[in-house]
Structure formats: structure tokens, C-alpha cells
Write a protein that binds this ligand. Sequence first.
Ligand code: ADP
Length: 251
Amino acid sequence: MVNTTENNINKLEQAHLDFISTVSHELRTPLTSIKGFAETLLNSYDRLTPEQREKFLLIIKDQSNRLINLVENLLTVSKMQSEKELMIYKSVDVKPLIESCVQMIKNQYKTHKYILNFDKNLPKIFIDTDKFQQIMINLIDNASKYSQEGSTVTINIKQNYDNNTIIISIKDEGIGINQENLEKIFNKFSRIDSPLTRKIQGNGLGLYITKTLTEKMNGKIEVESSSSGSEFRVIFKAASPEDSGIKKIKE
Ligand code: ADP
């Protein structure tokens, strides 16, 4: 009995140490790059061409964004695990929510095409709207960043009358995910290392956050992938008549 408890504590401590080590590494890489390019600009400003200066400033901006994203994701993970996260549930129509997420992402991926198909008379779902939008943004952003410029991201929202759910499918024409990695990608800090993904920025927290939030709101997430692209599906129960008003739950 004692041994099992000790083992569990050791495992927990090891998980904490691994977490700190991963986070430190993730922070150090962009910080080193920001420091290096800032120093080069300070020490050699007059010897650099305007193009070089602009290139270095853009790297500093990119790496700062990478740090901001990482810190925001870490704060989300910490809030999710603190057991006291406030969820504000309402019955909502997903159409305008998804449309506004697509609009936001479109500004970053100017050459991509986004197709949205909504079933008519979709029922409402009972969710926390901010968390729902965070899920959508993560999935639509991934579909865009892991695919070529000019490719199409298709978002289909359908009702399944058999079990009274709505299915939101986000399909891309991107690099795809190997079958053996399909489970792993939902783990904390899990990134697939390949020549194709190495160039794409990320911290491996997005899908962990997406899955945790989806399941917190009693939804389900599924993925299918091949070499011609991936499809992520998020499934939520349609709101029932009891799901009225606003419910604030700490969970
Ligand atoms: P990241 O910040 O690395 O994008 P995620 O947790 O969102 O982190 O995704 C984990 C990994 O899953 C990614 O690093 C990538 O290898 C893979 N992945 C996620 N979405 C897609 C997609 N639509 N197409 C191909 N690979 C994907």
C-alpha cells in the first residue's frame, strides 16, 4: 500500500519535472533567438542593409508571438487543471460563432479558401461560448497551418437525427497525420517531428486543450487522416428544453 502511494508520488514528481523541463526548453528557444537578433541589430545596425534589418525585426516579432501563444496556452492548461475554472453555459446557435472564428483565421491565411456548409434548422447546443470558440480556432488554425498555401479548408456542420447531436467537421487538404500518431497528438506537448512539421510553429498544447475543453462540455472529438489531408470532428448533444438560461458551473 505504502509502496503504491510512494510510487504514485514519485510518478507525479517526475511528471512535474518533465513538464518544467519541456516548458523551459520551449521558452528558451524563442528567447535565445530574440536576444541574438536584438544584439545583432544593436551591435551592427549601420553595417546591415534595410532588408536585413527588416528581416531580423520580423524574426523578433514572430518569436515574440510564439512566446505569447505558449504563455497563453500554458495559462489555459493551468486554469483547466485547477478544478475551479468557471464555465458559463448557454444555449447557442453555433453558426455565427463558427463564422466569426473563420473570419479571424482568414486574416492570417490570406491565400487559403474556407468553405462553410451548415445544415438548415440546426438545433442549439448548450456550451460555454468562449471555450467553444477556442476549440474552433485551434482546429481551423491547425487545418490552415498544416496545409499548403492556396488550399481549401472545409467546415461542415450537420445534425445527426438518430442520436440528436450536431457534428462539426473541419477538413483540410494538408500534410496528414500517420495512423500511429493519431492518439498521441492529443497529449500535452505532443508534436509530430518530420521535415514537413519542423518549419511550422507550434507548442503541442492546442489539441490537448481542445480535447480537454470538448470533453468538459460533454462533447467528443474524433480524427481521421490520410496523406491527402485530415478531418477533425467535434460532436455535441443538441440542447434540450431544460437547457435554458445561463448556468455558471465551476468545474
Ligand atoms: P501545435 O501547436 O504543434 O500545432 P497541436 O496540439 O495543435 O500543437 O497539434 C499537435 C500536433 O498534431 C501538431 O504538432 C501536428 O504535428 C499535428 N497536427 C495537428 N493538426 C493537424 C492537421 N490538421 N494536419 C496535420 N497535422 C496536424
